[in-house]
Design a protein around this ligand. Structure first.
Ligand SMILES: [Zn+2]
Length: 129
């Protein structure tokens, strides 16, 4: 009798610990892990956004090359975008310097890269390629 009761309690404690661990892990994951870089991150250089510290400004690498430096490009509104995957993709689809820097094939391939925000909001929209 006594032993089964102890085992029962131990099981309950384990389950409880496991739950606590999961909660702790989930909390840690959402609060301290930086978001993974999106697929268009390679085509931009990030700078701090003084108006909104949570959204870094992405400066287009092709524009930086075209205009001769980050310092120049980041002052041009047409070379900068908030660092969000879907905004960056829209930006690249319109940026002349980007289209000049890559072949038509590469531009198509890069613009077809999935955007994480797409998956969350519209899971069925991007099945056709
Ligand atoms: Zn650009």
């Amino acid at each position: 009798m006594m032993i089964t009761r102890i085992i029962y309690n131990a099981d309950r404690m384990l389950a409880h610990d496991n739950l606590n661990f999961k909660l702790f892990f989930n909390k840690k994951k959402t609060s301290t892990m930086p978001p993974p870089p999106h697929n268009f991150r390679n085509y931009f250089t990030l700078t701090n956004n003084p108006n909104n510290p949570t959204n870094a400004i992405a400066v287009c690498n092709c524009c930086i090359r075209k205009y001769g430096g980050l310092g120049i490009a980041q002052l041009k509104p047409e070379c900068c975008i908030v660092n969000r995957a879907h905004l960056c993709r829209t930006y690249l689809s319109k940026c002349e310097a980007f289209r000049e820097s890559y072949s038509e094939e590469e531009v198509k391939k890069i613009l077809a890269l999935p955007v994480p925000e797409d998956k969350k909001k519209k899971p069925k929209k991007r099945q056709r390629h």
